[in-house]
Write a protein that binds this ligand. Structure first.
Ligand code: ATR
Length: 262
């Protein structure tokens, strides 16, 4: 049977994963298919249960299904359990395995070690949690800031990282909020929404948001001498780790990067 992979989300129309993974599968000489699966939240468990029989080997999971994916799996890696969400499911003879490659994907996207460096994570949703956990695991001194302070407080307490009532200077700044999504936000609005007015541009700026053009935050970082890692690079790295898990082969990262940016 033809082997299948896919990405389940709601909505999922904008996903660059099919292009990226299809290019990678071709490069590896694997005649598999990677498909887009629009799945409404109330159908998620039902749809996933039907996939193995249809030939699916694995599944990427995106908004809003990442927590549900972890819950329905038979087994989960330590990373997925600690993050509380899974973006990668693998269908095996002995059940569904949940993994989180968002966290190691973020670390892989950074060109230098973060051990001992200060890192400020903006945002306290699922993406903020994955980033804070990954950076802490990698040895960074992590703090979390969020527009709604209580959420940052809960996240900081549950991961044992620092809590920032206002953004402060840090070596590494990671935006995990939705600010900049849609592409219409100006630099001034962005800095205001993220309360970055008085903050020094970091050495390394990561913006998990991506679109067709650089976000206002990415432009701010570039204009101020930061090394910038955009959301597409993190997408490529998490995708590469997922693909390696499914195929057991090293992922052709450069091919995936080119396809994701096309
Ligand atoms: P995800 O799982 O992708 O992290 P989420 O749980 O919806 O998604 O979290 C979205 C994040 O973006 C939150 O940190 C949210 O801040 P609040 O907790 O205060 O809602 C943040 N966010 C969204 N819109 C924002 C805005 N206009 N300004 C500042 N932060 C914003």
């Amino acid at each position: 049977m033809l082997k299948l992979l896919g990405v389940a989300g709601w909505p999922v129309g904008h996903s660059r994963s099919p292009a990226m993974h299809s290019a990678a599968l071709a490069e590896l000489g694997l005649d598999w298919r990677y498909l887009k699966l629009p799945v409404a939240p109330d159908r998620f468990a039902e749809v996933v249960a039907a996939l193995p029989e249809a030939g699916y080997v694995g599944l990427n999971v995106t908004v809003p299904h990442k927590e549900a994916a972890l819950l329905l799996a038979d087994r989960a890696t330590a990373t997925a359990t600690a993050v509380g969400a899974a973006n990668t499911l693998t269908f095996t003879d002995t059940g569904i395995e949940a993994e989180n490659t968002d966290a190691p994907g973020l670390i892989a996207a950074l060109s230098r070690p973060v051990e001992g460096r200060s890192a400020l994570v903006l945002g306290a949703g699922g993406a903020g949690r994955a980033a804070a956990w990954a950076l802490r695991e990698a040895g960074a001194q992590v703090s979390v800031w969020n527009r709604t302070h209580e959420r940052a407080r809960d996240l900081a307490a549950s991961l044992g990282v620092g809590l920032a009532s206002h953004p402060t200077d840090a070596d590494l700044l990671v935006n995990t909020t939705a600010v900049g999504l849609g592409g219409e936000t100006s630099e001034r609005e962005t800095l205001e929404a993220l309360d970055l007015g008085g903050v020094k541009p970091p050495e390394v700026l990561v913006d998990l948001v991506y679109g067709d053009r650089p976000t206002a935050l990415v432009r701010w970082g570039r204009d101020n001498g930061a090394e910038v890692v955009d959301g597409l690079e993190v997408l490529v790295r998490q995708g590469a780790l997922s693909l390696e898990r499914w195929t057991g082969r090293p992922a052709p990262v450069e091919v995936m990067r080119r396809a994701a940016r096309r």
